[in-house]
Design a protein around this ligand. Sequence first.
Ligand code: SD4
Length: 291
Amino acid sequence: PIQKPIVVSTWEHGMPANAAAWQVLSQGGNALDAVEQGARVPEADPAVRTVGLGGYPDASGEVTLDACIMDHQLNCGSVAGLKRIKHPISVARAVMEKTPHVMLVGEGALAFAKAQGFVEENLLTEQSKQDWLLWREQGKAKSQINLENHDTIGMLALDSHGHLAGACTTSGAAYKLPGRVGDSPLIGAGLYVDQDVGAATATGLGELMIKTVGCHLVVELMRQGLNPQQACQRAVERIAAKIPNAAEAQVGFLALSVNGEVGAYCLHGGFNYAVQDASGATLTDAIHLLP
Ligand code: SD4
């Protein structure tokens, strides 16, 4: 039996995001609207330090956002290095629906967003600014992602019509080099949706997902017959086996099959994911390869 509708998201802040998506799904709405509405919740929440408003800035103190969205027909839209716009997921959707392109970056993405009526605002909260100043004073201790600052939201939904969609949105790795783009806005790396099979999204050190085209890999493994959890596990194992020093980072995958089956797997303990369906809302710790 197909479990639908259903929505799944990475991390605890996936719980309120799923609740917003569920408003759409439970009324027969479509998966694409659901994941956009869901992703907007942490984007607007200054307490979520890794997405949208209040996100960690880059090394120069500028908040730059990455996001993408994808539907059941391989339509997709993406923005990277977007400044001063609180809802990059909605800009990504506008790229998908209103341009012949998939991806806009930096100044071009901002100009497009403004032309579409998105309003520029400061995204660097006082808290993020203070933390950034401290990081600068302390000699730029760690510009690499660590286990505390990798809370991208990736969302996958299956609606009552049986259609899949996904969204992913982030401020990226804290204190990244200006111009750095992670996996989250890259179709195939941070998100992939194929209506024949299922969908996957990722969280963690984006460079590792880019090197393995991680979410596309998860979907292709499901196509070969693995269930979502097995597919996520195989992708994590691939990363651990092939990338030197991968164990110093965290990566996690979350997948949803076209039948509504959910699976997740991560490299180190600590990654959890939120699931919402007609039976309620849950938060689950993902199984991990290493301690
Ligand atoms: C990135 N994957 O930019 C993102 C970081 C993150 O949960 O927060 N992932 O590499």
